[in-house]
Design a protein around this ligand. Sequence first.
Ligand code: ADP
Length: 381
Amino acid sequence: MDSPWLVTAALVFGVILGAGAFAIVLLAARRGQRAADVISISVPDGVDQVLDALESAGVVVDPSNNVVKASPGAMAFGLVWNGALVHPELTALVDRVRRNGDPITEELTIARGPFGDASIHLFVRVARLGARYVMLLAEDRTESHRLDEVRRDFVANVSHELKTPIGAISLLAEALVSASKEPEQVKRFAKRLSKESERLAGITQEIIELSRLQATDALAKAEIVDIDQVVASAVDQNHVAADARRITLASGGDRHAEVYGNQSLLIVALHNLISNAIQYSPDRSRVGIGVSDRDGVVEIAVTDQGVGIPEDELDRVFERFFRSDPARSRNTGGSGLGLAIVKHAIQNHGGDIRVWSQPGNGSTFTVRLPSAAASTQKARA
Ligand code: ADP
């Protein structure tokens, strides 16, 4: 090859090589810059402190949707995981704000954290923060939503529960009219009529009791309550039902225990526990009511040898209108409100109630209340 050609070829090759190397260096520099942007945690002045002080959830994301700052609340709600927003619903809101520029306010129901299927209800506001960032603020509305649901369920349940005996009463009344010439039939229908109306009266009474309980605070006008008297009255009220089934009611344990609260509420609570123990027990069995007063805690346990409660229903028996076996419970006249009333009454006294049960082996409901003696000693100390 001629030497001028050789020189030109070498020159061209050199230029191409140089340009390639330059392009590679430039690209690397750009990528480096982008990487630096992604991990940069510099957000506008003051935002850091505001997020740290924020009780609710607050998150700042950069243009690549990396979380550059999150309030403790956002971590607690499980909104952020591995430096990114967990929920695609929230990421979609952020993207929308970045595209349109306008702030968004929305209510969302999203999964609680990256695992499990519980959900939380959030009131979310998303807006731009300067030219680069987007800020997301979320307020937890789960509790108020739950309360709304409970109220709606309660109204629906009450109307459903009342509809059944009311329907039965109107059918029986019609049957009475058409059987007016047959005295035996009239007697039978009239008997069932009075049973259904008793049931209706019972449910109405329990609904009123439960609403009253929810509105009152047993400790607002608390008096010293003698637990011996509470047990004696509750046992007394159940004697007729127990005798009819030859069930023995045996009470015992520590005497003279005292708590602060409302005597009639505590009698209602214990009455319901004993009445359940009788209802769900076989004839000629035994129901025990034991009191213990130790270490500042008064414990009242009601034990039966009855049918028991399946394990998966143990948590639910305190819900309003919950009945383990609706058909069986309806035969015994139950409304499913008894234990909800007990739970409210006991919680109103600053106590709690627990249940142990095994199908076939009976159940024990244990109420725990703060002892009045311990409170007085504490006050004196
Ligand atoms: P109910 O009016 O149906 O008795 P409760 O609220 O008192 O309503 O009780 C709810 C459910 O819990 C009952 O339907 C019954 O299935 C179950 N249960 C309550 N107490 C007992 C018990 N001592 N033994 C077995 N099951 C019980």
